[in-house]
Design a protein around this ligand. Sequence first.
Ligand code: CUA
Length: 317
Amino acid sequence: MAGNVDALFIFLLIVTGMVALLIFVCLLFFAARYRQRAHVHAEQIEGSTPLELTWSIIPLFVFLAIFAWGAVIYFKERTPPRDAAEVYVVAKQWMWKLEHAEGQREINELHIPVGRDVKLIMTSQDVIHSFYVPAFRIKQDVLPGRYTTAWFRATKPGIYHLFCAEYCGTQHSGMIGSIVVLEPAQYEAWMSGGSTGPLSVTGEKVFAELGCVTCHRSDAQGRGPNLQGVFGKPVLLQDGRTLVADENYIRESILDPGAKIVNGYKPVMPTFQGLLSEEQLNALVAYVKSLSGAKPGDGSGKANADAAAAQGSQVNE
Ligand code: CUA
């Protein structure tokens, strides 16, 4: 996205620079031309309709063009590709905890392969932080109590700065890290090192330990909805609304089960607020996702990454 964002930014800089220049040229010109010594008596000048139309309509189209251009980039940057590799991010005073869908955990460092789409699913354990990687032109607030997402595709191997861009306490300035972009082969080697197993498997264990499985059975007989295939699909609620089951919906249903009752079920589930760490919540979300078949970052993304990496190396040359 960096090239797109920069192009828009440079365009804005040129437009505002030209307007500022025009204003100063006019200011100096009129100050000299209509100085008091040459014009002792003021003349009343009536308005000019053509002039006013011109300076209203031309800026209107310039602003609309900027709006459309910005909107295109915004929607692209806000919409993660479906097969993106997923990384869960938990921010806290004052560090970044990152966990790959495959189970690797990192602190203040994120290793990713070049050319792969990466989706970040982020939440905070305490106050508001902001995940900021200037080189990738992404900055996203990370909030307690819900998920926000961001995505990027790194096109060149290297180490990039990660900052917290929201003042979050005395050591805010030390809440920094790095994004390590590796060649696919290096990444495979890195990935084969210490993992606690896929996040979804951890989630399955939590699911079993908490007894979720007694109500959310894989047949239709449970007191709670069957969770197979739920993620990413529309859900009909008791109040007649329909919504798509995303990360925030799963999260809310665990912490505030009464908020959105699925049609045909009773509000009998107890809350798990305060009983789960953010990491356990992320694992549960990853597990519910895995029940819907799609396993982001497992296989489908790899072919993509290889193709994109081939592309990326051409760019580097
Ligand atoms: Cu976290 Cu500033």
